[in-house]
Design a protein around this ligand. Structure first.
Ligand code: DLL
Length: 441
């Protein structure tokens, strides 16, 4: 049997569609979605009128550039239901909201059809890791307004899997049930997967040997190849990356397959554009830029050219899995979580990459930014591996110096490195908070 034949699909006819058929499908759906926006959302009627464009001007995907952009601020300004195409008391089945650290939350509504499509997107991911109706999926994403828990839940329903709806937290109980119930697939954030793994080890298990778990579907925050290897090793699973955002749908906008080389975008539901963040013009495949999505099938909360602020690129070429849906690279940062340290633009993920090769330390780290005499000061606190010898001061100092030198050469900034004991940094059951920026205080 070839690799392609072994591959499990949830909707094979879509996932392996020819580029021509996909273009036709996207074009037809784009026109319908733009018509919905124009007819039912005054914000879009206004912005399209201001640009002199009518739904009838959208003949195909190639006309995408004629359409207006949408930003998170537009969603905030429309709080709570101003960008809904359907009255909230009509066919809207559910509301989700993404909290911002500043300003109003962004609220999105879902009809039953929207929820079914979402479940289908997530169910593809379950199939991609070899799961299906015979699997038990343990969902340890938070349930609630956050889309992680219920998005994975819908995927579980559509794929016919047995759902273990744990939610996040209660880690020892997670481990217990994972063991007792024989969960096959774990869905949670990568940082929480590591905490679950470490807790299991602490409880005396060897998860890689003792548990039935074979795959982990992890996302909602940036993570590195090093972190993937650690999770795969400790849990004995294949760990795939899943991407999404509440405004666009939730988890499942794109997801890795078994090739673990880029995330296939659900292009039958979303058009992806990679744009230069300055000029907002498309960049060629393979080049990094801001990810922008247009929804094609959403009934309640359709979006035209939504600027995600996430940075990624389209990976050129075909995937060995046989899927034709294009792949985006893992998220390499955000246009707005970019840190400016002494004038240097830095993404937190660059710290992660810089420490990846040091076998003495783990992926648990924090970046603390402060000011001294008007100058930005950076401290990186990073936990060691469990058997690191803290009694040997010289070893600690040398490690600190070597990591600082690596950071200096790769990031061009001076960083104070503090090596801390295992488990001394706060653990997260959701998205890990890596940056503590005290400069404004
Ligand atoms: O995090 C949806 C989600 C839930 C995705 C579970 C995957 C799994 P929000 O809370 O709206 O939605 O946050 C969206 O999180 O713009 C990215 O910056 C980041 N993000 C999401 N997935 C990934 C990922 C959910 N796989 C924001 N890698 C997005 C890196 C991610 N960043």
């Amino acid at each position: 049997m070839t690799a392609k034949e072994q591959e499990r699909y949830y909707q094979q006819e879509i996932e392996t569609m020819s580029p021509e058929a996909l273009f036709a499908l996207q074009s037809e759906r784009l026109l319908a979605s733009v018509t919905n926006c124009y007819a039912n959302i005054p914000f879009y009627k206004r912005s399209m009128d201001a640009m002199g464009v009518k739904p009838g001007d959208i003949g195909s995907v190639e006309d995408l550039g004629k359409l207006p952009f949408t930003t998170k601020q537009d969603l905030r300004n429309a709080y709570p239901f101003g960008l809904f195409a359907i009255d909230v008391r009509d066919r809207v089945q559910r509301l989700h909201a993404s909290s911002g650290t500043t300003g109003n939350a962004t609220v999105c509504g879902y009809t039953q059809q929207d929820i079914n499509n979402w479940g289908d997107c997530f169910a593809r991911t379950i199939a991609q890791v070899g799961g299906g109706s015979e699997s038990i999926i343990q969902i340890a994403y938070g349930y609630g307004l956050f889309t992680g828990g219920l998005g994975a839940h819908e995927g579980g329903i559509r794929s016919g899997a047995t759902i273990l709806p744990m939610g996040s937290g209660n880690t020892r109980r997670q481990v217990q049930m994972m063991n007792d119930f024989g969960s096959d697939i774990l869905a949670c954030t990568p940082s929480y997967a590591l905490l679950i793994a470490d807790t299991a080890i602490e409880m005396g298990y060897d998860p890689a040997k003792d548990f039935k778990l074979s795959a982990a579907i992890l996302g909602a925050e940036p993570w590195s190849q090093g972190m993937r290897e650690e999770i795969e090793d400790k849990l004995g699973v294949m760990a795939v990356d899943i991407y999404g955002l509440s405004e666009v749908m939730g988890p499942g906008v794109s997801c890795e397959c078994r090739a673990q080389n880029g995330l296939h975008v659900a292009e039958d539901h979303f058009i992806i554009e990679i744009l230069d963040p300055e000029t907002l013009k498309p960049v060629p495949d393979g080049e990094f830029g801001e990810v922008v999505f247009t929804t094609l099938t959403k009934e309640c909360s359709p979006l035209l050219r939504y600027q995600t602020r996430d940075i990624s690129r389209i990976l050129p070429g075909e995937c060995s899995c046989g899927r034709t849906l294009r792949r985006m690279d893992r998220i390499s940062g955000r246009t707005d979580d970019m840190l400016i340290i002494r004038g240097v633009n830095v993404f937190p993920s660059q710290f992660q990459q810089a420490i990846a090769d040091f076998i003495e330390v783990t992926n648990h780290y924090e970046i603390i930014l402060t000011k001294k005499d008007q100058l930005d000061m950076v401290e990186l606190r990073v936990e060691t591996v469990p058997d690191f010898d803290f009694d040997e001061i010289r070893r600690i100092e040398s490690l600190q110096q070597r990591i600082a030198a690596e950071l200096k050469s790769s990031l061009q900034i001076s960083v104070k490195v503090s090596i801390v004991e295992p488990k001394s940094l706060v653990r997260s059951t959701g998205k890990a908070k890596r940056v503590i920026d005290e400069r404004q205080l």
